[in-house]
Design a protein. Sequence first.
Length: 416
Amino acid sequence: MWVRFVIIFIIVVLAEVYCYILIRSVIRNLPIYLRSSVMAFYIIITALYWVYLLLLNRTDIIIKMPLGLQNFCNTLFTGLLIGKILVMLVMLIDDIRRVIVWAFTSVFPLKSEFTTPHEPITRSLFMKRLALFLGGSAVLGFMYGTSNKYNYQVRKIKIKFPNLPESFRGLRMVQVSDIHTGSFDSHKDVENGINKILELKPDIIFFTGDLVNNIADEVTEEYHAIFSKLYAPMGVYSILGNHDYGDYKTWASPEAKTHNLNKLKNHHHTMGWRLLINEHLVFERAEDKIALLGIENWSAKAHFPKYGDLSKAYEGLKEKNIPFKILLSHDPSHWDEQVFPDYKDINLTLSGHTHGMQFGVDSKYFKWSPVQYMYNKWAGLYGTENQYLYVNRGFGFLGYKGRIGIMPEITLIELA
C-alpha cells in the first residue's frame, strides 16, 4: 500500500515539475504582461485541479455540486491529469537521454568534426514541442470524448454450445451493465439507449450491476420510469455491482447505509427487474431446462468487496441435473479466480465493471486499454468451446464523463 502511494506521489510531483518547466520555457519570449498572465492562469487552474482531486474522496461534497459543473470539472481535470503525465514521460525521456549523452561524452569526448552546432532544431526543443503537443492533445481529446457518452453501440455475437438444450437454441439475450445513473445529465439520451434495447426484441434481458454511483436516490422518478420500460418475454434479471452498496460514501450511521441499499433493491423490484442475490432460477421450454445464477459483487482484487457467494447460489442446483447454466457476476476477475477452475458446468458468465476504462482502441483487429494492466479480461468474449466469459463495456460512465475509443455498449447474445 505504501509502496503504491510513494510511486503515485513521485509520478504526480514529477508531472507537476515538468509541466511548470515546460510552460515557463514556452512563454519565456512573450512580453512580461502576457508571460505573467499565462503563468497566473496556469497556477490557478493547477490549484483548482488539485482541490478537485482531493475532493474526489469526499463524495458527500461532490454530489452536492451541480451536475453540469461536476461533468465539466471531471472532463477538464481528467484531460489535465493525462496530459501532464504525457508531458512528464516525454521530458523525462529527454532528460535521461541528456544524462546518457553527458556521461558518454565525459568519458569519450567527441571531436569537433562530429558535432552539429547548426542544427535547425535541437533534440531538447523537439521533445519540448512534442510534450506540449501531446499534453494539449490529451486535454482536447478528453473534451471531444464527452460527445460519445451516449453513443450507444449494439454488439451482436452468436455463441455455440454443444450442450445447450435444443429448445433454447436461438435464444436472444441482451446484456447491459454499469448504468451509473448518477452520472447522467440527459433523460432523452438515456431513453434513446433503452429504446435501442427494446428494438432488438430480446427474449430475456440481463443487467450486471452498478445501477448507481453511490446512493439509491440517483434513480430519480424520471430515470425510474425510463428503466421500467425494459421488457422481455422471459423477464429482466439483475445483480448488484460494487458501487451499489454505498461503500464509497460516508454515511451518518450503519443503519443509514443499510437503508440506502434496501431502497436500491426496491428500485429493482418496482422497475420490474428480478434482482438475484446469491441464488438461481430455472427456465423451462418444452421438457428442456437451463439455469440462471446471480451473485452479489465478488472480486479477486483486494480493493473491491467480496459480498457474493457462488456456493450459496449453486445450492440444490446439482441435484436438478440441468445441462446448461448462465452466471451473472459483476466483476470479471471472479471468472479466472473461481468460476473457471471450480465450476466447469457454468457455461456462460456475463460481467461488466471495467468500462474498458472508457479509453482505448477497440477495433476488430486491435484492442488496447490501460485497464488491461489490471484486468486481463476487460472487454468482449473470452473462453473455450464450452465455458465462456463476456465482459460488457458498460452502458453509462463514471469519473470521466465521456468515452474515447471505447463506446457505451448494448450486447445482443444469441445462443446456438
